[in-house]
Design a protein around this ligand. Structure first.
Ligand SMILES: NC(=O)c1ccc[n+]([C@@H]2O[C@H](COP(=O)([O-])OP(=O)(O)OC[C@H]3O[C@@H](n4cnc5c(N)ncnc54)[C@H](O)[C@@H]3O)[C@@H](O)[C@H]2O)c1
Length: 378
């Protein structure tokens, strides 16, 4: 079982369920729900007992296909929650993360919500507040946290080896990697590339530097590819951004330069960089080709740039080969946190700051100017 190095000790994890079967529900039975179901099936003492999907018949089809022999199918997630579940995976489109997560927490159920946490900062705030009040786990599904290379990057940044980190550049670029369906509808996804895969890059960078509070943001976004029938077969329905960039001011006098694309005429938007007063750290994404270059794709290389007696030196850091299926690890860690009464592995309370950046970006894009970010107390 993965030992989480992700917890910041935030709320959640009351009681524990040692010794008894953990009853799990899955809300939303589309693409990613399959990965959740398959991961749960590998965990002893965990049973998926409910699947809910608003599309009539879809949950039952999912139950049959995935051979979830103990599961009942529902169209309304509230009926599923009446079974007295221990935990749920929220696998709906982004816009429904808020309502379904809150209903689950209020029903006394621990929650693993898929990324991004929500659509707006207000929604994320309410989710975190309800988790705090109910004492239930609200963990957000950033599986790259379980990549040992990501953990190493965080350790290096946190060790103080870089000195004061004053600039972070992150993001990623797919050359051609625009999804369709629910992901391009504003009413369901809330936003496009910036939220969909941008939230991973933000989590990687912000987690490494200790999730400082974002203060202001000036952002730009466009959709020249998604809205062009030459590049997207659903161009007439493409309502979100396929490219964006932002300069975010963080507390502690740190600048964050963030850029992201689902499609562009370029091979990459560059590495993630941490510039510190004593050293710099460069992290390149794994792989090459049209869909590579985002942080759900893994780490390609890590290099430390430093200075010894006035001479510039570079130290490539060996990438740890690992056999972990990081997606499964996040699901397993959620189940383990329930069993052991641990706090949320990737606390909603922390990821509110990730959502705050995305919320600020979308407001800045709309207003075409720099905007302030205020995060109230949770
Ligand atoms: N962590 C990852 O690697 C990863 C990968 C892909 C998607 N995701 C995230 O997972 C979520 C779902 O993505 P997907 O690709 O499975 O989308 P999808 O469109 O394939 O599936 C979503 C399902 O939710 C259902 N649904 C909508 N509203 C609902 C509600 N209120 N209650 C119950 N069911 C509802 C839809 O009918 C659909 O079947 C998104 O937030 C996405 O960002 C995460």
């Amino acid at each position: 079982m993965a030992q989480s190095s992700t917890s910041n000790g935030a709320s959640g994890g009351s009681g524990g369920s040692a010794g008894k079967t953990i009853k799990i529900g899955i809300i939303g039975s589309g693409g990613i729900a399959k990965a959740h179901a398959r991961a749960y099936k590998t965990i002893p003492d965990v049973e998926v007992v409910a699947v809910a999907d608003v599309v009539p018949g879809k949950a039952q089809k999912f139950v049959d296909e995935l051979e979830l022999t103990s599961a009942r199918a529902f169209e309304d997630h509230k009926q599923a929650l009446e079974l007295g579940l221990d935990g749920v995976s929220v696998c709906t489109p982004n816009v429904a993360h808020h309502r379904t997560s809150i209903d689950a927490l209020e029903a006394g159920t621990h929650v693993l919500t898929e990324k991004p946490m929500a659509v707006t900062l207000d929604q994320a705030m309410e989710m975190a507040r309800v988790a705090k009040r109910t004492g239930k786990i609200l963990t957000i599904g950033f599986q790259p946290r379980y990549d040992p290379n990501m953990q190493m990057v965080k350790q290096m940044v946190q060790s103080g080896e870089l000195g004061k980190v004053y600039y972070v550049e992150t993001g990623g670029g797919r050359r051609r990697g625009m999804p369709g369906g629910t992901f391009i509808r504003k009413d369901l996804a809330g936003a496009g590339a910036l939220a969909d895969i941008g939230c991973y890059s933000l989590d990687m960078a912000l987690n490494a530097i200790g999730y400082p509070r974002p203060l202001t943001v000036s952002a730009y976004a466009s959709n020249h590819f998604g809205s062009n029938p030459r590049y997207h077969k659903e161009a007439d329905r493409f309502e979100v951004e396929d490219f964006g960039c932002a300069l975010v001011r963080l507390e502690g006098d740190v600048a964050l330069n963030f850029k992201l694309s689902w499609a562009m005429h370029m091979d990459t938007l560059g590495a993630t960089m941490f510039l510190g007063t004593d050293a710099g750290l460069k992290v390149t994404p794994a792989g090459s080709g049209p869909w590579s270059g985002v942080w759900d794709g893994g780490v390609g290389s890590v290099t430390l740039y430093h200075d010894i007696r006035g001479h510039h030196t570079e130290s490539p850091i060996p990438i740890r080969q690992h056999q972990l299926r990081i997606f499964d690890e996040k699901v397993k860690d959620f189940a383990a946190a329930i069993r052991e009464g641990r706090p949320a592995p990737i606390p909603g309370e922390q990821i509110v700051r990730n959502q705050a950046v995305i919320d600020g970006i979308l407001r800045s894009v709309e207003q075409q100017r720099e905007v302030e970010i205020h995060i109230p107390e949770i």
